[in-house]
Ligand binder design. Structure first.
Ligand SMILES: [Zn+2]
Length: 165
């Protein structure tokens, strides 16, 4: 980058929560995690991927994922959220932006997510054609407080930095 070229940057944040139920798989960051409970939703209810998608859309003021993939549309029933993520990334790329980095937090009381974090980072980075070191995924509990602490749901937060040269 020379002096007369300016790099544009945009930041976005995303939040999502889904209810835990007994008859669904638990999919986080595209990884199927063995657990007695799974997340309820119209798509595969991948709360982490949804937070990242909302952060990407938010960075460009493009609205939220409910606008692009409405829960009333049968087309997205049971959808693989990584496929939805690639569609959102297409919107970002069409506007000439790329990802600088992503950072995210999954808040879940159980199960232990640490053994699955590397795989989540690889999956998300693979879809976005970036390096796993550009995708931060952290996991924490809610210290048994509130709905997440009572294992009624799992929530996720994400921030995304977009760059344009
Ligand atoms: Zn969601």
């Amino acid at each position: 980058m020379t002096n007369n070229q300016k790099m544009n940057i945009r930041i976005g944040n995303g939040y999502d929560i889904h209810r835990l139920v007994s008859d669904r798989p638990l999919i986080l960051g595209g990884v199927n995690i063995p657990h007695s409970l799974g997340l309820l939703g119209h798509s595969d209810a991948d709360v982490l991927t949804h937070a990242i998608m909302d952060a990407m859309l938010g960075a460009l003021s493009l609205g939220d994922i409910g606008h692009y993939f409405p829960p009333t549309d049968p087309q997205w029933a049971g959808a693989d959220s990584l496929v939805l993520l690639s569609k959102v990334y297409q919107l970002v790329q069409e506007r000439g932006w790329q990802i600088g980095n992503i950072d995210s937090v999954v808040v879940a009381e159980r199960p232990k997510l640490k053994p699955h974090i590397e795989k989540m980072r690889e999956k998300i980075a693979g879809v976005l054609q970036i390096q796993p070191n550009q995708v931060g995924v952290k996991a924490t509990t809610n210290e048994k407080l509130g709905p997440v602490g009572r294992e009624e749901g799992i929530s996720a937060y994400a921030v995304v930095l977009l760059t344009q040269e």
